[in-house]
Write a protein that binds this ligand. Structure first.
Ligand SMILES: O=c1ccn([C@@H]2O[C@H](COP(=O)(O)O)[C@@H](O)[C@H]2O)c(=O)[nH]1
Length: 285
């Protein structure tokens, strides 16, 4: 079981050095369940979860990121399987990032913090958030993350093509994404002065030079990086975008790994390959 008495950034650095910074995206989409020969219902989802837990048992990867939508789609039974996956992965020493993309006014954000971080809810190590209601409205989740050795990753520049117009639009004289970056820095300075803080950023691996600028504006943040593999992003793209920030990068892929399933041996091979590639990007400890 992972030790939550230390900040998420320290726990991440440990696991990234001991295993890998690579984060396995456990996304049981209807297409994946079909390709794995599993029924598109809660029993198929339960088999998916068991296979994923067996695959990560080998200890190649340090983090797991279930996309909550694919579990929610099966209602209460799906959420029970998500809880089983989170507990099982944490028991095997992985850090779990619940990709839930929550975000609301402050009072409701506090509810999301309690639901996902610390003990008593789904008990993940980190959660993803969107900031359309303003970054300040998410501060109850950031406080909860700081108090529980957890993290919150705010979408700043997403990997999908639809995100760019909104995220690059001007807010005053800066892009919305760059305003978010400045506000994330301010939150980390408040919660963890001089350290890598509990507020991270989601930045896609599919982006161009604008992402490099946004990354450089967040020296206190960890970066969750989707968009590898199925969406076209490569490790070379990552090396370009995250220059100087390599030790704070969490590369993640879902379909590119899950395509190797349902064979546990083949999943482990795919995980080992990606874990090794992520190790090459990470500066030596
Ligand atoms: O900007 C973003 C933010 C989140 N995601 C999520 O990551 C995975 C990507 O799946 P792949 O199969 O590796 O493409 C998925 O859960 C998305 O919801 C993202 O892709 N981009």
């Amino acid at each position: 079981m992972t030790d939550v008495s230390r900040p998420f950034a320290a726990r991440f650095a440990d696991i990234a050095d001991r295993r890998s910074a690579f984060c396995f995206g456990a996304d049981p989409s209807p297409a994946v369940l079909r390709d794995w020969g599993l029924p598109a219902d809660a029993t198929g989802l339960a088999d998916f979860v068991s296979i994923v837990l067996e695959a990560v048992e080998a200890g190649h990867v340090g983090l797991l990121k279930p996309q909550v939508a694919f579990y929610e789609a099966f209602g209460p039974a799906g959420m029970a399987e998500l809880a089983r996956l989170i507990a099982g992965a944490r028991n095997r020493g992985l850090l779990v990032i619940a990709d839930a993309k929550r975000g609301d006014i402050g009072t409701s954000s506090a509810g999301y913090g309690a639901a996902w971080l610390g003990r008593g809810g789904f008990d993940a190590d980190a959660v993803t958030l969107t900031a359309y209601l303003g970054l300040g409205a998410l501060s109850p989740v950031f406080d909860r993350a700081a108090d529980t050795g957890s993290a919150a990753f705010v979408v700043v520049r997403s990997s999908n093509p639809e995100g760019a117009a909104l995220q690059s639009a001007l807010s005053g004289d800066v892009a919305v994404a760059d305003r978010l970056a400045a506000e994330i820095e301010a939150e980390n300075a408040r919660l963890a002065p001089g350290a890598t803080g509990p507020v991270g950023a989601v930045i896609g691996a599919t982006l161009g030079a604008e992402a490099t600028r946004t990354v450089a504006a967040m020296p206190s943040a960890l970066f969750l990086v989707p968009g590898l593999g199925a969406q076209g992003g490569t490790l070379e793209d990552m090396a370009r975008i995250f220059v100087g920030a390599e030790a704070r990068v969490i590369p993640t892929a879902s379909r590119a790994i899950l395509a190797a399933g349902p064979s546990v041996a083949d999943l482990r091979t795919a995980l080992a390959r990606n874990a090794e590639a992520a190790m090459r990007l990470r500066p030596k400890a």
